[in-house]
Design a protein around this ligand. Structure first.
Ligand code: DX5
Ligand code: ZN
Length: 215
């Protein structure tokens, strides 16, 4: 199982130390949550902070855009050197074009689904995606309880992906801990995002290892 710790739960006073912890961990990626206070009722951090983070982080960056019109930010995300740019299905009027533009810029394209958005909305685009990010909480805040229905969703998404011959990875975000993570692994998830579980742990390296050991 791959693991992408979410910086949202980090201690921002000690951001440099938190990135060092990630660099020296077995984390596969670093998950960065960008919020605009419009698409979600919260604001996290913006590009001036992310540029500094990107400069010191040695892990691939997994950027989760929780903004309206995420296509406007493709150039900024590319400039960070991000590996993956995730945009919300609900925020993109012309999702096909947005995915194409992300690919043209040289990044992998991920599409994110809010809890109430069915996986079937991706039927006609899944073959073009590198990743689908399933929200297992409403986007906008860390520390929320896992929505159990997400397990069923991951199972259906895996079926949709396998039937279409798509190579898209299935990433899940929200309320992930070893218990929900084990169920998600069984349901077919490929990557787990975890904020609170990793950064609130007394031993974040061990927490990352625990998630990575799930299969
Ligand atoms: C929520 C973010 C998540 C968040 C997860 O909108 O997309 O990435 O950091 O936090 P936890 O793991 O605490 O649920
Ligand atoms: Zn996220």
């Amino acid at each position: 199982m791959k693991t992408s710790p979410s910086l949202l739960a980090a201690d921002f006073i000690n951001l440099g130390k938190e990135i060092e912890m990630i660099n020296s961990s077995e984390a596969d990626m670093l998950h960065l949550d960008v919020m605009d206070g419009v698409f979600v009722p919260n604001i996290s951090f913006g590009f001036p902070v992310l540029e500094k983070v990107a400069r010191v982080c040695t892990k691939p960056l997994d950027v989760h855009m929780m903004t309206v019109e995420p296509e406007k930010w493709i150039g900024h995300v590319k400039k960070l050197g991000a590996e993956i740019m995730n945009v919300h299905q609900e925020a993109c009027l012309h999702l096909y074009s947005t995915v194409q533009h992300i690919h043209e810029s040289g990044m992998k394209a991920g599409v994110t689904l809010c809890p109430a958005t069915p996986v079937e909305t991706l039927t006609d685009i899944i073959a073009d995606l590198d990743l689908v990010l399933v929200m297992s909480v409403e986007p906008g805040f860390g520390g929320q309880p896992f929505i159990n229905h997400s397990l069923e969703k991951v199972r259906r998404l895996k079926q949709l992906r396998d039937n279409s011959g798509s190579k898209a990875l299935i990433e899940v975000d929200g309320g992930v801990n070893p218990t929900t993570g084990a169920m998600l692994a069984e349901a077919g998830a490929d990557i787990l995002v975890a904020g609170s579980y990793v950064f609130s742990s007394a031993d974040p390296h061990a927490a990352i290892r625990t998630l990575r050991s799930l299969s």
